[in-house]
Design a protein around this ligand. Structure first.
Ligand code: ZN
Length: 296
């Protein structure tokens, strides 16, 4: 299999007892870094959550289904919010785009410091087009994001999972490698399979290390699961994608109410500039535009 950018594969292992998703998100995380002008540690935090959302997005079925993950700890990163659709088209933002580099003793970036797991929560919202979205929330147990997501799946979804996420920053601040995988054990998974899986997962190198060695998303799963027997069922690509438009921004502006819109027109201003949170595209809403909105 060639190494396509943002390659995402899914499949099953151990005769269907394990479901897996694996992604090389290098390109989409780099795109997020550029769009938001992120510092290295801010890139790692947002990049891990974007990778997680792209993997989890594969569980959505409907074309209009949307999954939102909100990571809110008490560290300097602030709120980190990402969304994915069923095609793993993701977008997101982090409050603090300029986190200083703080490293752990082992030299890795200190993501847990940035997130601050104390009194923090991971909220996952699945909007499946029903009357109410499905909302699940669990406390943060590590702040490293992968462990927090695995805990969410275990507690909120009753699905034992293994999650690995990684973002490696190059010396120039760009994204060298990013990726992750998720394994989900189905309810019928035998003790035998669980016992066989544990040492494989426990001794598995970090995803970014393997990407650097030239393994692609499919080969990662081969390396991890070939002893259990595995099959790739879907091969696709994730992407960073924002669907904002001037019309959408106008609709958002309308929610401030007629009186406030009128006051913008009355004050001798050139209108307003709105910036998309997800991609930083700037939209100029002129006084004429606002006048039309008031008429409507
Ligand atoms: Zn946008």
């Amino acid at each position: 299999m060639e190494n396509k950018p943002n390659l995402l594969v899914r499949g099953t292992a151990a005769g269907g007892q394990i479901m897996f998703f694996s992604l090389d998100s290098t390109q989409l995380v780099e795109e997020a870094r550029i769009k938001h002008n992120l510092s290295p540690l801010s890139t790692v935090v947002l990049g891990r959550l974007l990778t997680a959302a792209a993997l989890a997005g594969q569980e959505l079925k409907g074309e209009k289904d949307v999954l939102t993950m909100i990571l809110k700890g008490t560290g300097p990163a602030g709120t980190v919010l990402v969304t994915s659709d069923s095609q793993s088209r993701v977008k997101g933002y982090i409050d603090n785009i300029d986190l200083e580099t703080v490293s752990r003793e082992d030299g890795h970036f200190d993501v847990a410091w940035a997130v601050g797991p104390e009194d923090g929560y991971l909220t996952v919202i699945r909007d499946l087009g029903l009357k109410e979205p499905y909302v699940g929330r669990t406390e943060l147990i590590s702040g490293e994001i992968a462990e927090d997501l695995a805990y969410y799946y275990a507690v909120s979804q009753q699905t034992p999972s293994v999650v690995s996420l990684g973002v490696l920053i190059d010396t120039d601040g760009s994204v060298k490698h990013a990726g992750g995988f998720m394994l989900q054990l189905l309810p019928n998974t035998s003790e035998e399979v669980i016992d066989a899986l544990e040492p494989l997962v426990g001794g598995f190198p970090p995803v970014t290390y393997l990407l650097e060695q030239g393994f692609n998303a499919a080969e990662l799963m081969d390396l991890l699961l070939n002893r259990l027997g595995f099959e790739i069922t879907t091969e696709t690509t994730a992407q960073y994608y924002c669907d904002c438009s001037k019309e959408r921004m106008e609709r958002k502006l309308m929610t401030i109410g007629k009186a406030d819109l009128q006051s913008i027109v009355d004050d001798d201003q050139d209108g307003v500039e709105l910036v998309c949170n997800f991609c930083n595209t700037k939209y100029n809403i002129t006084k004429d535009d606002i006048g039309k909105m008031i008429e409507e």
